[in-house]
Design a protein around this ligand. Structure first.
Ligand code: SF4
Length: 418
């Protein structure tokens, strides 16, 4: 017999909800009503599920059934419109989730310049493979930049609209664990260590909370999702995969608009390749050889570059899909032209792109941010080798919401002051 006092509805799928309603003697169609209420209307309590009778709501609540929706505890708003949310789970732990009103700065379709360049690249790639001539035969990068400039103007106009109306191509960056065990040396989350895995409900709940707060809904609003917040999704694999499925099937976010980033948990890359619903794959590369990568990312000792690249090369890509390699540039460490040449060799022949991220600084991280000319040179070397490379513009750096910064900064800074 199902113990209803332990049940949180958020995170349950269609089959689980069906058995729940049947255990209360209710007809199976109630499961559909629950799905609609939890994932589409995004109710926060059983009492708010207006499609259920008062009597049933009362019975469920009396038995201790909850929605289990995480609660937004704090908001930090950046000058660029990015919002970093501190979201509290029911046990008092909290995670960070970021809302970027105009993209995440690097994924196709995310509205950022790098995202738009990537999107055009994707378009060109598909035209090339289909044998159709591309829209423009002009020098490609110049043409891409010109288009990105025009879209920048559009973005500025969109930003002047009230909340809820300017969410053409927004991105939500979500967390998969409280803290992280991977220990990347440039990342503030690593300083927290890992506290626990998030449940599928807590992962989906972050998205529901932000959609509700921002008054947007897919598919009417184009929402991109990146699993790039706190934690390593592939170390919380089952919950991550279930959450991705719920987000596609119940919340309505398109699978092609989701990207999961891994630091390189090789066995899970092989598992992920077999999933029916799978977001696009991004791999945090950050170094072109084992010596350097082990220094920056100690997990490289366990799964070295040879193993990682073998998994990436074997990964089955769908039509119009490529692997994204993320490369955080650390001044004087991994940003030399020779490193760029090594990266080109490593990725030669792969259907991939590289997102370059100049280090986002933070308290407790010893590396420095390279100058823009160094970043541009690195990018140029990759492009000359035929590898699409994009520089991600930092989002929400002033509120510690940029890549590698998400990390309950107040807690870390306070701990260091003690
Ligand atoms: S970069 Fe990602 S995987 Fe590495 S420590 Fe930070 S959160 Fe964990």
């Amino acid at each position: 017999m199902l113990d209803l006092s332990q049940v949180a509805l958020l995170g349950l799928d269609r089959t689980e909800l069906k058995s729940l309603v049947e255990s209360t003697g209710e007809p199976a169609y109630r499961a559909k009503q629950l799905l609609e209420a939890i994932y589409r209307q995004r109710v926060e309590s059983v009492e708010q599920i207006s499609t259920l009778s008062q009597d049933l709501r009362g019975r469920l609540a009396a038995k201790g059934v909850t929605v289990g929706a995480p609660r937004i505890e704090k908001r930090f708003v950046s000058q660029d419109g990015t919002v970093r949310y501190l979201i509290a789970c029911v046990d008092g732990q909290s995670v960070e989730t970021v809302w970027m009103p105009e993209g995440d700065g690097g994924e196709a379709g995310d509205g950022s310049e790098a995202g738009e360049l990537a999107e055009r690249f994707e378009e060109r790639l598909s035209l090339r493979t289909s044998g159709i001539k591309p829209r423009s035969q002009q020098e490609p990068i110049a043409a891409l930049k010109r288009d990105a400039g025009q879209r920048q103007g559009q973005r500025q106009r969109l930003n002047q609209r009230p909340q809820g109306q300017n969410q053409g191509r927004s991105t939500i960056c979500i967390s998969s664990q409280v803290g992280c065990a991977v220990d990347c040396q440039f990342c503030l989350t690593a300083l927290l260590g890992v506290k626990r895995n998030l449940t599928a409900g807590e992962i989906v709940g972050q998205v529901c909370a932000v959609l509700k707060e921002q008054k947007v809904s897919p598919p009417e609003n184009r929402i991109n999702l990146v699993f790039m917040g706190m934690g390593e999704p592939f170390l919380n694999y089952e919950n991550f995969v279930k959450a991705a499925r719920l987000l596609v099937e119940e919340v309505g976010i398109a699978e092609r608009r989701m990207t999961v980033s891994t630091a390189g948990i090789v066995p899970r890359i092989h598992d992920f390749a077999k999933e029916k619903i799978r977001p696009k794959l991004a791999i945090s590369l950050n170094a072109p050889n084992d010596e350097l990568r082990t220094r920056i990312m100690p997990l490289n000792k366990k799964w070295n570059l040879e193993m990682l690249m073998a998994a990436a090369r074997a990964y089955p890509l769908r039509t119009r899909e490529w692997i994204t390699f993320e490369y955080v540039l650390l001044g004087g460490v991994n940003d030399a032209p020779e490193n760029a040449k090594e990266v080109s060799e490593l990725l030669r022949g792969m259907r991939c792109k590289v997102n370059l991220i100049a280090l986002n600084p933070g308290p407790g991280v010893e590396f420095t941010t390279p100058g823009m000319e160094r970043v541009t040179e690195f990018q140029a070397i990759l492009r000359e080798a035929g590898i699409p490379a994009f520089v991600r513009r930092p989002r929400g750096r002033d509120i510690y919401a940029a890549c590698g910064q998400l990390k309950r900064t107040v807690e870390i800074a306070t701990a260091q002051e003690r």
